[in-house]
Design a protein around this ligand. Structure first.
Ligand code: RRO
Length: 311
């Protein structure tokens, strides 16, 4: 509930599959999601749910530096899936669960078997939902290399769905010819929601050195520049499936979040925004969403979901 200074109330809670969120903002995978401590800080900042860093079967150091750079209109990263590995991640999940808000375990694997093992572990650790990372733009054998293929997406989603009893959300890449077709594959396989979008494949060049800046050359681009692409993807998925959608990409304000909701999202994730503004961004965005709703006569989030597509 959000109470305005006029003592009128608008309800900013939302539901995605079985998950009930006190507000529609979630931490996106990859930022401050590696330890229970950092997830705790984000919860204090007002997030409605927490998504962990993408976790794999084995510990990984990730790509060598440089792995991150700020550009004029966004951020370029090629972290390379650094993570402690699933076996030692239980403690972090247990601590994050103490926040009392839903925790979503993000996982990456090379095939359906690996995804199943990871999902089962995460479920046993107590997470409230699973996010399948089928969209990291720069990891050989993982992420977008699987997620551009409808058959693989369907196979992996169905395998995980048959393994766990918690909701499964699938995070998709915009770097495909039809994100709507990939989302339909998730729906066919029994997935419970779509997360759109991951970062876009991009590079940066250092002209003095006449060479790429990131050690991996290719990275994933995020931040304000990708908002129109994220909106387009959410809009297309909303038009093609009945799945709940979690919108992500360039959200820095309540108005950005409202735009995603009107394009079809039931909730939003914030990643780069946390880098730019700190953990307090969640409370700021919720306040701004509430003010917009109050001023425009919307009583709850559901009233706004997808209305930009209803013409
Ligand atoms: O770790 C990364 O380099 C990474 C991942 Br898993 C992802 O999904 N998206 C991204 O931009 N970076």
């Amino acid at each position: 509930m959000y109470i305005t200074s006029f003592d009128r109330m608008v309800n900013i809670s939302t539901t995605i599959s079985d998950l009930k969120l006190k507000n529609p903002t979630m931490l996106a995978a990859g930022i401050l999601g590696e330890t229970g401590d950092s997830l705790f800080k984000v919860a204090k900042g007002g997030a409605g749910a927490l998504v962990t860093k993408s976790i794999g079967l084995e510990p990984r150091e990730g790509h060598p530096n440089p792995t991150f750079m700020e550009t004029e209109h966004g951020i370029l990263n090629a972290m390379g899936l650094p993570n402690p590995g699933i076996e030692s991640y239980e403690e972090e999940v247990k601590m994050a669960l103490k926040t009392g808000i839903p925790v979503i375990g993000s996982i990456f694997g090379g095939d359906a078997k690996e995804f199943k093992m990871l999902a089962k572990k995460m479920e046993n650790y107590g997470v409230n939902a699973i996010e399948l990372n089928l969209s990291c733009p720069h990891a050989k054998g993982y992420g977008a290399e699987l997620g551009h293929d409808k058959k693989k997406v369907e196979e992996i989603t169905r395998a995980v769905k048959n393994t766990v009893n918690i909701p499964i959300f699938v995070k998709l890449s915009p770097d495909v010819s039809s994100i709507a077709d990939i989302a339909k594959a998730v729906e066919n396989a029994g997935g419970d929601g779509i997360v759109a979008i991951n970062t876009l494949k991009a590079i940066a060049i250092n002209a003095e050195l006449a060479m790429p800046i990131l050690s991996n050359v290719v990275g994933g681009y995020s931040g304000p520049a990708i908002k129109p692409i994220g909106l387009r993807c959410v809009y297309e998925i909303k038009g093609a499936t009945n799945l709940p959608i979690i919108g992500v990409g360039g959200i820095l304000s309540g108005m950005d979040a409202v735009e995603y909701i009107m394009a079809g999202a039931n909730a939003v994730q914030i990643g780069s925004g946390v880098y730019y503004r700190g953990e307090g961004i969640f409370k700021e965005i919720c306040q701004q969403i509430g003010e917009f709703m109050e001023q425009n006569g919307y009583k709850n989030i559901q009233e706004m979901v997808g209305i930009a597509g209803k013409r």
